[in-house]
Design a protein. Structure first.
Length: 264
């Protein structure tokens, strides 16, 4: 029992790998591959603006609809549809920066996102884990921690993610164990799931404590990101909206994807 406790304490120690000159910050020197002509791109762009104006988006979150209404967007409480004015939409999107900096806990653990910078992350979210000794099996907390140790040791990897889903942990506390392992075993910027407001708040608070800074200092820099998949066409549900709102309030990064699934 004592040996297990000592082993556990060693496992929770701060990462011993210190970033050095090999911490890679890479820019892509090549222009994007032109898949479409300028006219075709403009046609796609105008069609998307017309779609948001004429077809609208159904927003299931009352809080999100209130925020849209306060910003001057037309909202129907009868149909839950939100209508976007193209000019207002372009003005709002234009406020986004061309690039931003993400910060880990060590002084050298920073990198630029955007502006042709290349950022490498580990895979996120697979349910299974495989190795040469035991083959393919369901992900566990221990295998997640092993992958975190590997990610920490590769300086070409800038971001850590949920590299495998720890299916041996109850879902209502899984984020607590995972975030604790992230801050115990790595010092790199990381990913946080948007799986409910309490889980987001808990994870952000663990990161803030690990950085040793107050709330204002935490919000002044980007330390983590999330992904919100709009997996139903022209509809945002409660969980998606909550994740967008909470990460915006915390001034952390988010990736919004048109990850549309048939039947979702």
């Amino acid at each position: 029992m004592a040996r297990n406790r000592r082993s556990s304490r060693r496992g929770e120690a701060r990462p011993s790998i210190q970033p050095g000159d090999s911490w890679l910050r890479i820019k892509n020197p090549y222009p994007p591959i032109a898949q479409f002509s300028e006219d075709e791109l403009e046609a796609i762009h105008l069609t998307s603006l017309n779609l948001l104006r004429d077809k609208c988006i159904k927003v299931l979150s009352a809080e999100a609809r209130d925020r849209y209404r306060e910003a001057g967007v037309d909202v129907s409480e009868d149909t839950l549809m939100v209508q976007f004015d193209p000019d207002m939409l372009l003005q709002t999107v234009g406020q986004a920066p061309q690039s931003f900096t993400m910060y880990g806990r060590s002084v050298n653990r920073w990198f630029e996102v955007g502006d042709n910078n290349l950022v490498f992350a580990t895979v996120g979210g697979p349910p299974h884990y495989s190795d040469l000794e035991n083959g393919r099996r369901a992900g566990t907390h221990d295998t997640f921690r092993d992958l975190l140790r590997m990610a920490q040791n590769y300086d070409v990897i800038h971001l850590t993610t949920p590299m495998v889903e720890p299916q041996d942990l109850p879902t209502h506390v899984r984020h607590l164990y995972m975030t604790r392992s992230v801050v115990s075993l790595t010092d790199k910027p990381t990913f946080v799931y948007s799986r409910g407001r309490e889980a987001v708040a808990d994870s952000l608070e663990i990161l803030r404590i690990a950085h040793g800074i107050d709330q204002q200092a935490f919000e002044n820099r980007v330390h983590c990101y999330t992904v919100v998949n709009a997996n139903s066409p022209l509809q945002l549900d409660e969980l998606m909206c909550a994740g967008i709102i909470d990460f915006a309030k915390a001034r952390q990064a988010m990736i919004l994807t048109p990850f549309t699934l048939a039947g979702a």
